[in-house]
Write a protein that binds this ligand. Structure first.
Ligand SMILES: [Zn+2]
Length: 414
């Protein structure tokens, strides 16, 4: 009897150790990654093309859309997560970054006035890097059984999958991380081909393979917070700070789910740690807010000169752009008789029509293969010259007019 009890006790303590160690899975390796891969200047180490050239500043209150490409790398069936699981992650990201998360109601009253709608949303890319239609999801078999936080998954040559242009896409690699580490992110300004976030396959989304207590999509919310320039609340130092005014200094990270208030010798007042913030290490069900200061910080990197400014130009979630930008042939039905010459062209192109109503009063748009509008001009004469000298070499599409009355012409800039 006594013996059985001991066995049972032993079994319980083993289960307890197992549960604690799984609950204490390394929440985030971003700081360790950052120490090994310090950030260089974001704009100097990547080629600035016309499509990625900053053209405008953020507009106050605009909802910023971030196109996402998901690279699912699997070595067995469980790791090959379903598209439904991926969509559940997109949904929870869009809830968390718009403060549409239902558990926002759980933010303690003391911190509730600081909780922010960051006005950032995420969409699956609809146009791939070559201008073709895509689902924004890649499922790829790999011979690697697990990966360390050392970027192998970001390179096809290492049996991972290459990043898509990180000036236009947020790359998310979903794979099996060694030791069930949950994820890590590059910081703004990182090397372009390593830029993005990596998430453990069973901590991604809210359905399918996700495992309690990391089953509400908050690993991605947290890692993308880093990708948008946020630090951990405790600044990765004892009683450190994250540089954000409205998040209190914190002694260290919090695990599990403390009860409010959780104060330490570093607390500046009785409210203690903001452990329900997405940038702590608490369980998914315990997190429910970004602060207003964090939202401002994240939005600031989209402003002119910011590391993610080019995303304001990214039209790769717009399927209409697939049709008008990537269509290799001119529309078959058109009554408009417009000629474009020379083609290929170096410095300028001419548009001319025998019928004045074809051009005059219409807007002409020059689009790159990603659907981004690089020139927009109102036509006032029957023959118009458009300067293209400043455009990078490549294929472009000229679109004249709107609705049924439009014509698309492809031309090559040399
Ligand atoms: Zn982190």
């Amino acid at each position: 009897m006594e013996f059985h009890k001991e066995i049972r006790l032993l079994a319980y303590s083993l289960i307890f150790i197992f549960i604690s160690s799984s609950a204490n899975a390394q929440r985030c390796d971003t700081y360790e990654y950052f120490k090994k891969h310090p950030v260089t200047n974001s704009l100097s180490n990547s080629r600035v093309t016309e499509a990625t050239k900053p053209t405008r500043d953020t507009i106050s209150n605009e909802v910023i859309t971030i196109p996402v490409v998901i690279h699912v790398l699997y070595n067995n069936a469980a790791q090959n997560i379903s598209d439904a699981q991926i969509l559940s992650q997109l949904q929870s990201l869009n809830n968390d970054y718009r403060k549409f998360n239902t558990d926002a109601a759980n933010t303690p009253r003391a911190f509730a006035p600081l909780a922010a709608d960051a006005r950032i949303v995420f969409c699956l890319a609809k146009i791939d890097a070559s201008g073709k239609a895509t689902t924004g999801i890649i499922h790829k078999y790999t011979s690697e059984q697990s990966w360390t936080a050392d970027d192998g998954m970001k390179f096809s040559a290492q049996d991972g999958d290459n990043a898509w242009d990180s000036k236009r896409y947020l790359n998310i690699w979903v794979c099996n991380l060694f030791g069930r580490s949950l994820g890590y992110s590059s910081l703004p300004g990182s090397q372009a081909d390593k830029d993005g976030v990596v998430i453990q396959f069973d901590a991604f989304g809210t359905t399918g393979t996700v495992t309690y207590p990391f089953n509400k999509g908050r690993t991605a919310t947290h890692e993308i917070g880093h990708w948008l320039g946020l630090k951990h609340l405790w600044g990765d130092a004892n009683c450190g700070d994250d540089g954000i005014a409205d998040t209190p200094p914190q002694q260290n990270f919090n695990n599990g789910c403390p009860s409010f208030p959780h104060t330490t010798s570093c607390s500046i007042n009785g409210n203690g740690d903001m452990f329900m913030n997405f940038m702590d290490f608490t369980d998914d069900a315990c997190m429910n807010m970004f602060s207003k200061g964090q939202a401002m910080k994240m939005r600031s990197i989209f402003a002119t000169g910011g590391a993610r400014n080019t995303f304001l130009n990214s039209a790769v979630c717009d399927s209409n752009s697939v049709q008008h930008s990537a269509m290799p042939v001119e529309p078959a039905v058109t009554k408009m008789m417009i000629s474009l010459f020379p083609n290929p062209a170096i410095k300028f192109i001419n548009l001319e029509s025998k019928n004045s109503s074809d051009l005059i009063g219409k807007t002409v748009k020059v689009c790159n293969i990603y659907g981004g509008v690089v020139i927009s001009q109102l036509l006032l004469t029957q023959k118009t010259t458009i300067t293209i000298q400043h455009l990078p070499v490549g294929v472009y599409f000229i679109k004249i007019g709107e609705g049924k009355e439009n014509k698309t012409i492809r031309f090559v800039k040399e």
